[in-house]
Design a protein around this ligand. Structure first.
Ligand code: ZN
Length: 503
């Protein structure tokens, strides 16, 4: 069984983005306002590439205060813009303590259900916000949500114009590259770090020294988005089976199929289960399977470890996890990659609850800020390390996250007891012991860090501050910045801060 797995997009680069967005919004407003208000129900049919921006504009016209449309830094190979609609009470801006979430669909051009689902989701969020749905209002007030209906409009066009039932035609982009194999292979770097006992387990892009093939424009656009926006959670929407697939996608040993646990296996299983159990059929053990082999993921709760199914290198899911603070899973939304239009309404009903429940998962675990205890200054790029001490365990989770621009951070965790530690060069590490509860549709609990600068400590005493020398070596800020800067000359020139000012 091949196919599927993958996803996601980046923000516009500076100038081009500002120009495109401004031009685009101006056009949409004037052309679509009359048609867009009052709210038209969105039809259940396949929408073409020209209709995507029209539908998004119609949503924006109805919900101008909580939405923004933007395009990514690159266009598709055939020159089509890659559109994203954002939902937030401060469109265009990251808000302190508000997690960022994304859905990306139609990365494989011939897997089209996710594309229609995201258009309907955008419509639904707007309508329900306006109608006073408290749950949706709360979700949008607490979360910045990015929806990208199509990452591969060229493949969609090819598939739509030729054989919609072909398993492969339209899957790749217009250069015949499978976008879900086109991301830098960070799994290989992670596994070799593990073997060499190197403690570096996050933000691995700086270690990339070679690429299997040129990065495609659609991939590049999404990589930039991932680097620019501090995403916490995402999913990548595919088709061809019915299962929620979680990291790692690549096997550790290189075997074709092998369960390959990530350090966050427990959390990823929870995330995948959340989608599967809120979907109408995904977790049903009695449903039928998709493949000729008759294999049925329903029998295992509708979820699978990626590499246990089949090993994939260069996929978007693992790239998110290993290059940023984002946790991503891959959703296979049905056996049929290109369902008939007549099936779309039922599919929307099958997925609606799961799509919303999954977005709420951006609020599990803990969040907070890291600041200098003396000056109160926010401390971005601080390492947040977690040890699971639930029921007598003493397990380091060997995947750290980092605080972002304003010193805020999020750490997705399932209920249990943890020791959360903030490490930063020049500061005394600080740990908090926390108990994480299951609190559905509530904000993550706050755990803040106020770090003491080491200089002050050393002045007062000859303290033995050999904190974690290994950590300090691995996360040397200057080294990291140098490498990242070099990489950015190649493909990544915008960083967090810049995206904030251009948004
Ligand atoms: Zn796919």
């Amino acid at each position: 069984m091949m196919a599927h797995k993958g996803e996601h997009s980046g923000q516009c680069s500076f100038l081009t983005a500002a120009i495109v967005i401004c031009g685009m919004l101006a056009t949409f407003h004037s052309e679509t306002k009359a048609a867009a208000i009052p709210a038209p129900g969105l039809e259940f049919r396949h929408h073409n590439n020209e209709e995507i921006p029209q539908i998004l504009a119609s949503v924006h016209a109805r919900c101008p205060n909580i939405t923004r449309i933007y395009t990514l830094s690159e266009r598709s190979v055939r020159g089509l813009p890659l559109y994203v609609i954002e939902f937030s009470t401060t469109p265009g801006y990251h808000q302190l303590y508000h997690p960022e979430f994304k859905y990306i669909a139609n990365m494989h051009g011939n897997e089209v259900l996710g594309r229609e689902l995201l258009l309907h989701l955008a419509n639904y969020l707007c309508e329900h916000f306006l109608a006073g749905d408290h749950d949706i209002q709360k979700l949008i007030k607490l979360t910045r949500i990015h929806l990208m209906p199509s990452m591969n409009p060229d493949g969609w066009q090819l598939s739509t114009d030729t054989d919609r039932n072909d398993y492969l035609v339209g899957r790749a982009n217009n250069n015949s590259v499978d976008l879900n194999r086109n991301f830098p292979d960070l799994d290989r770097i992670m596994f070799s770090n593990e073997e060499a006992h190197v403690n570096h387990n996050n933000h691995l892009l700086e270690q990339v020294d070679r690429l299997k093939e040129p990065i495609q424009p659609e991939t590049k656009a999404v990589m930039r988005l991932i680097m620019q926006v501090p995403f916490v959670l995402s999913a990548n929407l595919h088709g061809g089976d019915l299962v929620a697939n979680y990291p790692y996608d690549a096997s550790r040993s290189g075997a074709m199929t092998e369960y390959t646990e990530s350090p966050d296996d427990q959390t990823f299983r929870h995330l995948a289960m959340t989608y599967a159990t809120h979907h109408k059929n995904m977790a049903n053990p009695k449903r039928s399977g998709c493949g000729d082999d008759g294999y049925n993921f329903g029998k295992q709760g509708g979820i699978t470890n990626g590499a246990a199914w089949y090993s994939v290198q260069g996929g978007m899911q693992d790239f998110n996890y290993l290059s940023s603070n984002d946790f991503e899973i891959t959703l296979e939304l049905g056996c049929d990659k290109y369902p008939l239009a007549s099936a779309l309404q039922e599919e929307w009903e099958n997925n609606k609850k799961a799509l919303i429940q999954y977005m709420w998962q951006a609020h599990i675990g803990v969040k907070g800020h890291v600041r200098d205890a003396v000056t109160g200054q926010p401390l971005p790029n601080t390492i947040i390390h977690v040890k699971n001490v639930t029921a007598g365990r003493n397990d380091d989770i060997l995947h750290d996250v980092t605080s972002v621009h304003d010193g805020d951070y999020w750490r997705l965790l399932t209920p249990g007891q943890y020791i959360v530690t903030a490490y930063r060069d020049g500061y005394q590490p600080l740990s908090h012991r926390v108990r994480v509860y299951d609190r559905p549709h509530m904000e993550a609990q706050r755990v803040d860090f106020h770090l003491q600068p080491l200089l002050q400590l050393m002045q007062s005493a000859n303290s033995d501050s050999k904190s974690d020398s290994e950590y300090e070596e691995t996360y040397d800020e200057t080294m990291r910045n140098n490498i990242v800067n070099k990489l950015q000359k190649k493909w990544l020139f915008n960083k967090y801060k810049e995206s904030i000012s251009t948004n």
